[in-house]
Design a protein around this ligand. Structure first.
Ligand code: HEM
Length: 134
């Protein structure tokens, strides 16, 4: 193998899900679509009432970066703290499922391959108990 081929092979086989999806550009493309879906959904939009737009955009970006397996600084404890007030307002599995639905639909709209959608869903799913405070 030439050096270039070796480097390509290494990068392809070690690319994170985040890199495969297109990194920060992919997250930025997904934010608008995802955000619109969430805010248009009467099952869950009440949780986002009174959250200011700037904070919200940063939150959506953090959410998607996390789901895409990218660099993030959140831990289970942060997920617990970040959603504890929502759990008090009744946040439960049905709301979590709705968010998962929008995540999958957003990625489908962006023509992400099913296999990568499944990987992102698995990452998001792994936060369920922390988000729901149990
Ligand atoms: C897939 C699981 C989820 C992940 C990975 C996630 C991720 C995050 C992150 C990173 C933040 C920012 C926390 C911070 O302030 O540092 C956040 C906040 C928030 N999340 Fe989630 N989230 C998830 C599920 C949900 C669900 C199911 C809802 C409601 C239906 C929700 C509603 C919110 C709201 C409203 C905030 C902003 C809270 C505030 O600033 O007052 N999240 N989430």
């Amino acid at each position: 193998m030439t050096e270039k081929k070796l480097a390509d092979w290494w990068n392809e086989s070690h690319a994170s899900l985040y890199e495969k999806l297109g990194g920060e550009a992919a997250v930025n493309a997904a934010v608008d679509i995802f955000y619109r879906k969430v805010l248009a959904d009467p099952r869950i939009n009440r949780f986002f009432e009174g959250v200011d737009m700037e904070k919200q955009a940063a939150k959506q970006k953090a959410f998607l970066t996390m789901a895409f397996g990218g660099p993030h600084n959140y831990t289970g404890m942060d997920m617990r703290r970040g959603h504890a007030h929502l759990v008090k307002q009744g946040l439960n599995d049905s709301h979590f499922d709705a968010v998962m639905e929008h995540l999958g639909a957003t990625m489908k709209e962006l023509n992400v391959p099913d296999e990568l959608i499944a990987q992102a869903a698995a990452i998001a799913e792994s936060t369920r108990n922390d988000v729901l405070g149990r």
